[in-house]
Design a protein around this ligand. Sequence first.
Ligand code: SF4
Length: 267
Amino acid sequence: MTLTIHEVASQHCPTGRDVYLRRVEGLRPPPSPRMVRGLVLHSVVERAVVEAKRALYSGRASSGAELSGVMAELEDREVSQALSPAGNLPPESLTELESAARSLWRFEALQMASSLDRTLADRPRLGLDALVNTAIPFVVERVIDGTFLGLSDAVRVDALAHSRVVLDLKTGRRREFQTLYTAGYALALEAELEGPVDVGVVVYLDFAGGRPVVSREIHVVDEALRREFVEERNRKMRIVAEELDPGLADRCPGDCPFYPECRGGRA
Ligand code: SF4
């Protein structure tokens, strides 16, 4: 049995009963609207980065203006594919989410197009591969083997910058525990790269007036954070291995997918 980084790092259920219900009782409730929203927005960012790189490597775009044009052509197809997990949302939520997804797509396209033009202006002699990696210095959805940490063999990091900086995109509200995710990714990546990964970035994505607002929390993945992650992993592995129900949380988020199971109804 292996846990995911999300199961270890998430503190949405403070006692870890969500892990117990999923892993021991085998419950698989559908994701909450908040989770669906996160999935969709992550997918938009991933698709935007992949499609921008594809346009540059294929020669379809070689300037910021051309890249903007290609991305505008792809918007309908990519956003509608990103929205595929959201089919069960109520119509008004789906409309709002589609609008946010489109706004995010355009924002990402503009950021990458202007970064491309800046790179071309600053360093006109770069070859194609160096140009792409300078203008869009991220690898998205990198998969790492986390088995040595007792985690899944397919740990997906939202993005890596400069090979050794782990980025985690958060689309909900800011929570103290979110640096535990980057700690977990850093530990898994260190084992694979056989070298230190000491810097994490939690990227917060919000919307104001329908437009994306991005802020970043850059932090050192220090010993205390690493220890906290490992202790939390051990605690949750014990819950599963010994089939220990850790009990109800004092306060449960109303949108917890397990709320009906734990509290016998919807909040
Ligand atoms: S309803 Fe409460 S106790 Fe149950 S899994 Fe969710 S947060 Fe935990």
